[in-house]
Design a protein. Structure first.
Length: 317
């Protein structure tokens, strides 16, 4: 039968598979919200990340229902209306996935995601999610200060990923970019199942984020965490013989069919690499901004943003 440790490890690996099989015929409702950028470069980045997710979610099959709110449309009222629509349509056996992109704030008492018009607090967002009666939910909060939202959002049956470990990590994050990249990169598929689970995407994005700060020789200002047991206490990694991560491991976000991913398409693989390089270039410019003249910064940033827009257009063809 093997050692107790081996049996425990096998049970951990098989439990998500059983859950995933139980939900194999369920639908998934995806909602992406890209809030205020505050600056033109952030506005473009958030908008393009939301567009990438919209494309990825729509490519997952007929059982996916995709809603995307970006820019002026990402208001508190529109979010509430869209989630009400999902609440009326979704069934208990379905999955609900919410991704927040943009800036967040935390005053030590309450976290809010920054939106056009009134901001949306974590408590208000949790109340909206509670109205969606799906057995399994995933909230991926990639905003700054997103760790401050976990306590309010945590609930049994709901997994929460945050780009920062607390509300005190207030700098703009790069985690969102790498999380989106994970959904199209076959190397994120650690178990070679031709699917990307929420746990695989989290681990991929966390590793890429850490590598980014190391490459810049900068102290990391974001440390991604997750919570999927409904207890409100986040962790940064799955511990051996732990219950953490089981729900994340059972939530499949994308499936790779032949040629379904730009990373698998030889004609687009080079474009995907170029896109990742341009996005990293933009992040590097932001960190070097204080040491550059305003003219040099604007010139280099504009060139990178224009090039990125052209690559995105080619990928969408």
């Amino acid at each position: 039968m093997g050692s107790p440790v081996r049996r425990a490890r096998l049970a951990f690996l098989l439990a998500p598979l059983a859950l995933a099989c139980a939900h194999a015929r369920a639908d998934t409702y995806f909602l992406t919200v890209a809030g205020l950028g505050g600056e033109p470069d952030y506005e473009q980045r958030f908008r393009e990340l939301a567009a990438d997710l919209d494309r990825i979610w729509r490519g997952t099959g007929a059982a996916s229902h995709v809603y995307t709110l970006s820019g002026p449309a990402a208001t508190r009222a529109q979010i509430a209306s869209t989630m009400e629509t999902i609440a009326h349509a979704a069934h208990p056996q379905d999955d609900f996935v919410l991704v927040l992109i943009g800036h967040g704030s935390d005053d030590g008492v309450e976290y809010k995601v920054n939106l056009p018009g009134p901001d949306l607090s974590a408590r208000a967002l949790a109340a909206l999610c509670d109205r969606i009666h799906t057995d399994r939910q995933l909230i991926v909060n990639t905003t700054s200060a997103s760790g401050g939202s976990i306590a309010a959002l945590a609930r049994r049956g709901r997994a929460v990923i945050a780009a920062t470990k607390s509300g005190t990590e207030k700098n703009a994050t790069v985690f969102a970019r790498f999380f989106v990249d994970a959904l199209e990169d076959p190397t994120a598929d650690v178990d070679k199942s031709r699917t990307i689970t929420a746990l695989e995407a989290f681990e991929y994005a966390s590793a890429k984020t850490a590598a980014f700060y190391q490459s810049q020789q900068r102290l990391a200002t974001e440390h991604a965490v997750f919570e999927d047991r409904g207890r409100g206490t986040p962790v940064r990694a799955v511990a051996q013989d732990s219950e953490e991560g089981r729900l994340l491991a059972s939530l499949v976000l994308t499936r790779f069919a032949s040629g379904s991913s730009p990373a698998l398409d030889p004609a687009k693989r080079g474009l995907l690499v170029e896109k990742q390089q341009l996005e990293q270039r933009i992040d590097e410019l932001k960190y070097r901004r204080a040491a550059m003249s305003a003219e040099d910064y604007k010139r280099e940033l504009t060139a990178a943003l224009v090039a990125l827009a052209k690559v995105d257009e080619e990928l969408d063809r």
